[in-house]
Design a protein around this ligand. Structure first.
Ligand code: FES
Length: 134
């Protein structure tokens, strides 16, 4: 097997493992896992290098953009259907009305909320609209 193909298969396997790890860390009380693919997949891009401050209402349904292609950040506008068909939005319903910081880099380990990952070099060095290099 050519080395390039082996490397490609290894990277594909690592990406799958990473996506499974991210999904396993999702809190199940507020998130609908079935609609969430994973942040930082091969098709997700950095929408912003900062989080978005939003006011969330208790019991209201929201769809956080996981792909980074939405023009209505941090929320989904349906762009993923064409730009990143393997990714879907993360639908969630807050249990309380609150101010929140939603992830804009799409690399958080606690989607849809910011966990500070945007401060890391691999995000800060990435171009907006591009997939960050780990
Ligand atoms: S998840 Fe990004 S536009 Fe829907």
């Amino acid at each position: 097997m050519p080395a390039l193909r082996r490397t490609g298969l290894l990277l594909q396997s690592l990406a799958g493992s990473f996506a499974r790890l991210l999904r396993a860390q999702l809190p199940s009380t507020t998130l609908q896992r079935r609609t969430y693919s994973a942040a930082l997949t091969a098709q997700s891009v950095v929408a912003a290098k900062h989080p978005f401050q939003v006011n969330l209402e208790a019991g209201k349904k929201y769809a956080w953009c996981a792909c980074g292609h939405s023009k209505n950040q941090p929320f989904c506008d349906g762009s993923h259907r064409k730009a990143a068909p393997k990714i879907s939005s993360l639908k969630f319903k807050p249990e309380e009305t609150k101010e929140a910081w939603l992830c804009g880099c799409k690399c958080t380990k606690n989607p849809p909320y910011c966990d500070g990952t945007h401060k890391e070099d691999f995000v800060q060095k990435a171009d907006l609209g591009c997939h960050p290099q780990l």
